[in-house]
Design a protein. Sequence first.
Length: 325
Amino acid sequence: MKVYQEITPVTGADIFVILDSVNKGFEYPIHNHAEFELTLVMGSAGTRIVGDSVLHYEDEDLVLIGPYLFHKWDDEHKKGDKENPCRVVTIQFDMHLFDKYFLSKKPFALIQELLKTSGRGIRFFGKTREVAKKRIEKLVGLSGLESVTEFLLLLDLLSKSTESEFLANTGFNVNLVQSNSKRLNAAYQYIIAHFQESTLKMSNVAAQINLGDSAFSHFFKKATNRSFSDYLIAMRIEYACKLLLESDEQISRIAFLSGFNNIANFNRMFKKAHQATPIRFRKIYQEKSKFDWNRQITPGQFIPAGVNGKNGDKPLEYSTRYVRS
């Protein structure tokens, strides 16, 4: 599958950049970028792809996406028109923004935690989405310090919300696995380092944190709500998803790299997890990644691997406005 990287308008001088788009085509490839992105989609319904998550969305959708997590919205079920346009408001900001001296302070701790987990993609719903929508619509019309204040209040709202869900599975970005428990973190780190080895056993992990097999099994299930076996299989399957989407490796090779030594077992477990065989799963994404260069929202916005200087033109049906902080 071709991987496209978006060249965003965010510069070192920006706190954030807003792209407020009213478009009939809503057309772009599966892509990623180095920046965080908060996207609000209105007046559209279709399929949303975030990492290995392929789900239907309806009317309004609010998703926070971490750096380099690929994504795409397809509004194939309903197109906007002049009376009821499809509107997409995208807020992009630098991946290191909250590493800076001022923003790394204690009042921003919850926002930092929110951003740390956004590598799986986070969908917000319910009252949170309603309030966030109003804040975003207000933010579009602001500038200067007032816009920065509203931006921080928006992130604060999302960081405190319980009306949210992760989209991509844990194993899709194994580096995101973390816990406040030192013992559990030690187990996680050992699993991350060795899950690609087909010989990895629960006893290996248990020994790392000085527990017997029975005690570890009870400890791990209580902490994760999953047995060690189920957790390991899920991590291997989601890592296989990542390889299927980001490489051209053969299925048998991907199975081996993901910790499976039996291709039939890999195919069976993969289909159980994703309702599609590995071959079908890859094909679905390849179909979604097809891209007409003449449909770019702005010239040079998307750059595919190995291609330089091939830019499309902004189609007439698009109307995109940039709002800088």
